[in-house]
Design a binder for this molecule. Structure first.
Ligand SMILES: O=C(O)CCC(=O)C(=O)O
Ligand SMILES: [Fe+2]
Length: 321
């Protein structure tokens, strides 16, 4: 079993609030503001394909191990999309990680507060950072992510949620990630700080179906902690099917980059909902993105790659490892 049970901090993990749903989600959508644009962009190092680590492999859990039945999962290309978690793995070389951490540090001033899921975050980081944009659209990086998840992946065409930097500091109001499931299906979280840099900040998840989460108690052994303390630790999560949260950072500073991908072949099964997105970005910003996601296409790999400004990744590419 790749992940350890959360012994320490289990109590505080379940004390975390849950992301609003239903009518509360609509209130968030009405109040939420479109992500800010920053005018003075910091100078950045150049992204290089060599920053992608070689032969990235890690422990994997299936959605079956979370209680999902095969018939509930996406089927395509003779297989089942059943990867629940992979990792943590080191997806970047030490130098690549240093450069990415530098880039994310410099963007902190542009982060905005939110009470929806993560307390302080910068949405659409790839629209302001050429480094992150190029990293996410690098064919070697995309193939590495696709092979970890087992399906062809490109950056999500919704654009605003596709690259989010979360910042946590242990002073003032506690900075957390509420219990939530992501709107996104294919989510990689890269730790840009190491556990020596902060206290708290545990990545906690529920190893059960999302419809079993309500009413879960502190003693439930399915509340677990992912061992993501190492700097650079990258965890893949089938985000829409797994409840997860981050406990408050009580001291120091924790920074993560959360990148969300899209499988063009499963475009119709994409798990995002309009109100989940609008809860974070507001209604006006969500409408055009939503149309771009839902508009039918003829050739999914090609057409969605155009929408996401990404190289094309096909099933054949994933298999040709
Ligand atoms: O910062 C983290 O470790 C996880 C963040 C997360 O789950 C999210 O932003 O959706
Ligand atoms: Fe999340």
């Amino acid at each position: 079993m790749p992940m350890n049970s959360a012994r320490s901090g289990r109590r505080s993990a379940l004390d975390l609030p849950r992301t609003p749903t239903g009518i509360d989600q609509v209130f968030h959508a009405v109040r939420a503001r479109k992500p800010r644009r920053i005018v003075d962009l910091p100078a950045e190092p150049r992204w290089r394909s060599e920053y992608v680590a070689r032969d990235v492999r890690g422990p994997r859990m299936t959605l079956g191990e979370f209680g999902y039945r095969r018939e509930e999962l996406h089927h395509a290309h003779g297989g089942v999309d059943e990867t629940a978690t992979v990792g943590p793995v080191q997806i970047l070389t030490p130098e690549g990680l240093d450069r990415l951490a530098e880039v994310c540090d410099k963007l902190e001033g542009a982060a905005g507060s939110s009470r929806f899921i993560a307390t302080r975050r910068l949405r659409s980081a790839d629209l302001v950072s050429t480094f992150i944009n190029n990293m996410m659209r690098d064919r070697t990086f995309l193939l590495t992510c696709s092979r970890l998840a087992g399906v062809p992946l490109i950056p999500h065409p919704l654009r605003i949620p596709t690259a989010q930097i979360n910042y946590f500091e242990g002073r003032g109001r506690p900075e957390i990630v509420r219990w939530h499931r992501d709107g996104m299906d294919y989510v990689f979280t890269i730790q840009l700080s190491g556990e020596d840099d902060y206290e708290g900040g545990r990545f906690t998840y529920f190893q059960g179906r999302t419809d079993e989460f309500t009413g879960v108690t502190e003693a439930d052994p399915r509340i677990r902690e992912a061992p993501c303390g190492e700097r650079g630790a990258t965890l893949f999560l089938h985000g829409s099917r797994i409840f997860h949260a981050v406990t408050p950072v009580t001291e120091g500073r924790r920074v993560t980059l959360v990148i969300s991908f899209f499988c063009p072949y499963f475009a119709r099964q994409d798990s995002n909902t309009f109100w989940h997105l609008a809860g974070d970005d507001g209604i006006p910003a969500t409408i055009p993105s939503w149309l771009r996601l839902k508009w039918p296409v003829r050739d999914p790999a090609m057409d969605y790659s155009l929408r996401a400004g990404s190289p094309v990744i096909t099933w054949e590419d994933v298999e040709g490892a």
